[in-house]
Write a protein that binds this ligand. Structure first.
Ligand SMILES: NC(=O)c1ccc[n+]([C@@H]2O[C@H](COP(=O)([O-])OP(=O)(O)OC[C@H]3O[C@@H](n4cnc5c(N)ncnc54)[C@H](O)[C@@H]3O)[C@@H](O)[C@H]2O)c1
Length: 321
């Protein structure tokens, strides 16, 4: 049994991860500030299933506030930090780059300083496929040059990977940067396309399709992502001198037009599509090479896209009944 800090525990991925870590007998200290990026009520619902678990403690605080962070965790012995908190989303980052610098870069710097000061050695960090920008080299592999981010969100994640390396080098922290690829499933953030399109189709409203439907994303079902995060926790606990960057994708990009068709099928209803121009900051394709995750973390994604969409729509209907 380990004591694990999960930042962003009230969010989509963080709530699922916390729940699983608790069910496996770990102590979880969850941190979240209910960032207003989406409704607090949604996050409270995410927390509801485990907030009373005897091995769970919730700290509502802003990670950009170093004093609050150090004060609230001063008495804890912590084995691993899984740092998922942050502002997600490409398009809103163009409107609010300063907010992304604070919630992503400053917060990560604070996590690293906390770890250095308290002698916590192990960190798994949520990076993103967005760091690959509009590279033409597919599938994306971790050795590729990622010095051309095309949104503030992407540069914030790349900046965090760089700070992580510096702290690994200077302070001997063991760190894995996990590059997630469009994670979906029950509790998915309401701003993400599968969630948004399901809501609009079921309400009989028009769905905005940016581009001609040929852009594609390497959608990853949340259970596979969570399994990959747990693989990285095990790897960190069993190895020293670690600094790795690892893709957690599905290796099967799905076209936007096929994604819409899968939602139509799961909803049993046709979409009313409004085609709009591509959005600045959006990339054409994400496509993960996952060989490194397989060999180092035992990662092996199990879910087909169609099955994942079915599960999502079923969940969406249940919570909106
Ligand atoms: N969901 C995806 O498809 C995806 C893909 C790539 C990377 N990621 C990354 O994975 C992580 C989790 O994503 P998610 O989809 O669960 O997002 P989410 O928005 O549902 O969860 C993030 C949580 O972090 C919290 N948070 C934000 N700023 C904070 C701060 N300053 N202090 C404390 N808490 C703060 C938010 O309140 C939220 O509950 C994010 O870092 C995101 O950038 C997600």
């Amino acid at each position: 049994m380990s004591t694990i800090v999960v930042t962003g525990c009230a969010g989509f991925i963080g709530s699922h991860l916390s729940e699983q870590l608790l069910s496996e007998g770990n102590q979880v200290i969850g941190i979240d500030n209910f960032d207003p990026f989406y409704d607090k009520k949604v996050k409270e619902r995410n927390l509801a299933g485990f907030s009373n678990h005897p091995n769970f403690r919730f700290e509502e605080l802003d990670l950009a506030d170093f004093e609050a962070l150090t004060k609230n965790l001063k008495d804890d012995q912590i084995d691993v930090v899984v740092h998922l908190a942050g502002k997600a989303g490409v398009r809103p980052s163009i409107e609010d780059p300063q907010g992304y610098i604070r919630a992503n870069i400053v917060a990560t710097q604070n996590i690293l300083d906390l770890m250095k000061d308290k002698g916590i050695k192990k960190l798994a960090f949520a990076s993103s496929s967005s760091v690959y920008g509009n590279t033409k080299e597919t599938p994306f592999n971790e050795e590729q040059d990622v010095s051309n981010p095309i949104s503030p969100y992407a540069f914030s994640k790349k900046a965090c990977e760089l700070i992580n390396y510096t702290y690994h080098h200077l302070h001997k922290l063991d760190i894995i940067n996990l590059r997630f690829f469009t994670v979906f499933g029950p509790r998915q953030r309401p701003d993400l396309a599968i969630h948004k399109f399901t809501r609009l189709i079921l309400n009989g409203e028009e769905i905005p399709m940016f581009g001609d439907g040929s852009t594609s994303r390497d959608y990853t079902y949340y259970e596979d992502t969570v399994a990959g995060i747990k693989g990285s926790i095990n790897y960190l606990l069993n190895n020293d001198c670690v600094y790795e960057t690892i893709n957690l994708g599905n290796n099967q990009p799905v076209k936007l037009s096929d994604m819409i068709a899968a939602i139509e099928k799961a909803c049993g209803k046709k979409a009313n599509i409004k085609q709009l121009p591509m959005q600045p900051g959006d990339v054409d394709i994400t496509f993960a090479n996952i060989e490194k995750a397989k060999s180092l973390l035992g990662y092996n994604p199990q879910y087909s896209f169609e099955k994942g969409v079915e599960n999502f729509v079923k969940w969406y209907k249940e919570i909106n009944d």
